[in-house]
Design a protein around this ligand. Structure first.
Ligand code: ADP
Length: 293
C-alpha cells in the first residue's frame, strides 16, 4: 500500500491561437478542466497499477474540491484523510496552450493549508502503509513532518523533489529515496554542472534519477549505478510522465529497486503515448501487456 502526501489541483486549460497581451481580450478555441496536482496524479498512477492508495491532502470547500474528491474515489483511492478547508479555494492551475507552448499560473489555495497538524492527525495512515510518497507542491514544514512520521513508523519515504528547490539537509537525511530529474537533482543538492553520475554518488542507495526517453538510473548503497534504458515508444504528450513514473515506483518499490525501476520506466513510457496527465496513465493490465510484447 502507498500513502501519498501532496497536492490536489484542478487544471483549467484554455486553448487559443495567441497568448493575450496585458489588457487584451482574445477569443480562444477550447476550454476543459482536468484533475491534476502532482500528489493526486501520483496517487492515481499508483492506484491504476493495483496499489492500495491513501491520499493525504487538502481541497477547498467548493465544487472543484467536491469533483476532485469524487474523481479520486472513482480511482479506488482512500480519501478519508483529505481535508476540505472552509473559505479557501481548491488549488488550480490556469493553463493557456498556444500551439506547442504553454503559460501556466498555479494558485496553491488549499494545498498550502496542508499542515503539520494534518500529518499528526493522520498517524494511523502512516502506521498502516508500506511506503510514503511526497512531492514539493505543499509546504516544506509539512513534508518534513511527513518524513519524520514515516521514519517514526519505519516506513520508506520517497520524495519526488518537484518543483525543484534546494532541500534542507534535515529533510535529505530523512529521505529513503529521492526521485529527481536531472535539473531537480542539481537544484535539490544545491550543486551546479551536469555530471549527474557524480551527483548521484553523494546519496548512495537513495536516488533514482529520471532521464526522459533515456529511462532512469539508480545508485546502489555500494555506489554502483544501475541504468534502466527507456522503452521506445511514439511520444504524443509527455505531460504526467514523471508523475506516472513516481506513482509506479512507489507501487512496485517492494519488488526491489531493479524491478521497480523497470516497471516505472515502462509505465512512464506508456503514459507519453497518450494525451493528458491522469488520462494517459496505464492500468496494471495495460502495463503487463506492454511488457509481454
Ligand atoms: P519529468 O517529466 O519529471 O522531467 P521524465 O521526462 O524524466 O520526467 O520522465 C519520467 C519517466 O518517464 C522517464 O524516466 C521514462 O521512463 C519515461 N519517459 C518520459 N519520456 C519518455 C519518452 N519520450 N519515451 C519513453 N519513456 C519516456
Amino acid at each position: 500500500s502507498v500513502l501519498v502526501v501532496g497536492s490536489i489541483n484542478m487544471d483549467l486549460v484554455v486553448t487559443a491561437s495567441q497568448f493575450p497581451r496585458p489588457g487584451e481580450t482574445l477569443c480562444g478555441s477550447h476550454f476543459a478542466t482536468f484533475p491534476g496536482g502532482k500528489g493526486a496524479n501520483q496517487a492515481v498512477a499508483a492506484a491504476r497499477l493495483g496499489a492500495s492508495v491513501t491520499m493525504l491532502g487538502c481541497v477547498g470547500d467548493d465544487s472543484f474540491g467536491q469533483n476532485l474528491l469524487a474523481g479520486l474515489q472513482a480511482e479506488n483511492i482512500d480519501t478519508q484523510w483529505i481535508s476540505r478547508i472552509p473559505g479557501t479555494p481548491t488549488g488550480v492551475a490556469s493553463i493557456t496552450v498556444c500551439e506547442a507552448e504553454n503559460a501556466i499560473t498555479v494558485i496553491p489555495g488549499a494545498n498550502h493549508a496542508l499542515s503539520v497538524e494534518h500529518i499528526a492527525q493522520a498517524d494511523a495512515a502512516f502506521a498502516a502503509t508500506d511506503v510514503v510518497l511526497a512531492q514539493l507542491e505543499t509546504p516544506l514544514p509539512t513534508i518534513l513532518a511527513a518524513a519524520q512520521r514515516a521514519r517514526l513508523h519505519g516506513k520508506p519515504f520517497i520524495l519526488n523533489p518537484a518543483p525543484a528547490v534546494v532541500l534542507p539537509q534535515e529533510l535529505l537525511d530523512l529521505v529513503s529515496l529521492l526521485t529527481p530529474n536531472q535539473h531537480e537533482l542539481a537544484t535539490a543538492l544545491d550543486v551546479s554542472g551536469d555530471d549527474w553520475r557524480a551527483q548521484l554518488a553523494s546519496l548512495p542507495g537513495r536516488v533514482v534519477m529520471t532521464l526522459g526517453k533515456e529511462g532512469a538510473a539508480y545508485i546502489t548503497p555500494t555506489g554502483q549505478i544501475i541504468e534502466q534504458a527507456g522503452f521506445t515508444v511514439r511520444a504524443i504528450d509527455t505531460t504526467g510522465a514523471g508523475d506516472t513514473f513516481n506513482g509506479a515506483l512507489a507501487a512496485f518499490w517492494r519488488q526491489g529497486p531493479a524491478a521497480a525501476l523497470r516497471l516505472a520506466c515502462a509505465a512512464g513510457a506508456l503514459s507519453v503515448t497518450r494525451a493528458g496527465a491522469q488520462s494517459g496513465m496505464p492500468t496494471l493490465a495495460e502495463l503487463t501487456r506492454f511488457l509481454e510484447q
